[in-house]
Design a protein around this ligand. Structure first.
Ligand SMILES: [Zn+2]
Ligand SMILES: [Zn+2]
Length: 368
């Protein structure tokens, strides 16, 4: 076992991240030390790096490890850990996915069975790198999976590039679509065909949606949306909010959608998307996850149409397990192997700059 591992420390927007060596911890009973193999730069990491709005305040610019979208192999198992959270035997060297946050199990949310809304979940990410267990974020050689974090063994046929996004976008989409109970016969609109939107399209189809309409303004994404199961796509570049609402109405027999999902990340999309919901429909909010914005809405329309609004942040252990099962079932029939551009960890600053400038769609830091 190597005694130390590298970690990239974040010192604030505009500051270069710095690689340091940290001691590799020994796992406490119930914990797992993971050797990270691949960590992607997620949209929210970019927000932190740029210092957008309140996100700048959410990430501490004092030399912490950021990043959360990752996968790795078991480096060391704590006492008592012999199986993953689904009962599958777990050994050193096994490929795994895991939660990067730690629901406490004993706050008001956890006690009500809503671990995704745990008030203390993200405290674990705020640990300082010079304090045990040191490795709290994805952009490092190791990650410390506490006993509260769900961990699952990855089936051999699911590749690292498929699985790296599971502990963020896919698990959250699985949780969200479950919350608004997308099912047989539902007509679904997906606003935004980035990582979240593409997964939402495929998962909605898997759950039995009758019709899926995806909205975006980038050719490559619209094409992928069709491959993931969209029946129709609407191009943002050649339409207006009014014409898009009209098109959704027209495509749904004048009624509107049963479920609309906001996976764009801008409040204007919500104002527009709410107008696409039909009577008795549900609106799922995931994209605009950062506080400090507002939107225009007509509450009378929501009331008269009996619309249900649901917002979902993070996800529970069950959703992560279901997400992995979804990947496993669709390895052969969906383009799930995300296109990523590999960078070694020591080029993390270039990776962020390139993704920010749009030179790469998704940078992935490879540490092994
Ligand atoms: Zn993410
Ligand atoms: Zn809790």
């Amino acid at each position: 076992m190597s005694a130390t591992g590298r970690a990239a420390l974040f010192f604030g927007p505009g500051q270069p991240m710095e690689l340091v060596e940290l001691p590799v911890p020994s796992p406490e009973p119930g914990a797992v030390v993971v050797r990270v193999t691949r960590a992607n730069i997620c949209g929210s990491d970019l927000h932190i790096w740029r210092g957008d709005g309140l996100l700048a305040a959410m990430a501490r610019p004092d030399g912490r490890i950021i990043g959360h979208e990752m996968t790795g192999v078991v480096h060391a198992l704590g006492a008592g850990v012999t199986v993953d959270w689904a009962g599958t035997p777990l050994a050193e060297g096994d490929r795994v996915v895991y939660q990067y946050f730690a629901p406490c199990g004993r706050c008001r949310s956890c006690l009500r069975g809503m671990t995704e809304a745990c008030a203390r979940s993200f405290k674990v990410l705020q640990g300082k790198p010079d304090v045990f267990p040191h490795f709290r974020g994805a952009f490092a050689d190791y990650f410390y999976v506490t006993p509260q974090m769900a961990i699952f063994k990855v089936p051999d046929i699911v590749t690292d590039t498929m699985v790296a996004g599971v502990n963020c976008a896919l698990a959250q989409v699985v949780m969200g679509l479950e919350r608004v109970s997308v099912g047989l016969g539902d007509r679904v609109v997906v606003q935004g065909a980035g990582g979240l939107g593409l997964y939402a399209t495929a998962v909605a189809r898997d759950r039995g949606a009758e019709q899926i309409i995806v909205i975006d303004g980038i050719d490559e994404r619209l094409e992928l949306a069709r491959a993931m199961g969209a029946d129709a796509v609407i191009d943002l570049r050649t339409t207006t909010p009014d014409s898009r609402v009209a098109e959704v109405k027209e495509r749904t027999g004048g009624w509107g959608a049963d479920v609309v999902c906001e996976l764009v990340g801008r409040p204007e999309a919500i104002s527009e998307g709410l107008r696409m919901v039909g009577i008795g429909g549900r609106y799922l909010e995931i994209g605009t996850f950062y506080p400090g914005t507002s939107l225009e809405l007509d509450p009378g329309f929501l009331v008269m149409a009996n619309i249900r609004l649901e917002a979902v942040a993070a996800y529970d252990a069950r959703s992560l397990h279901l997400a992995l099962g979804f990947l496993h079932r669709h390895v052969g029939d969906l383009p799930l192997d995300a296109v990523v551009s590999d960078y070694p960890l020591e080029r993390i600053n270039d990776a962020f700059a390139d993704q920010d400038a749009g030179r790469v769609t998704r940078a992935s830091l490879v540490t092994m």
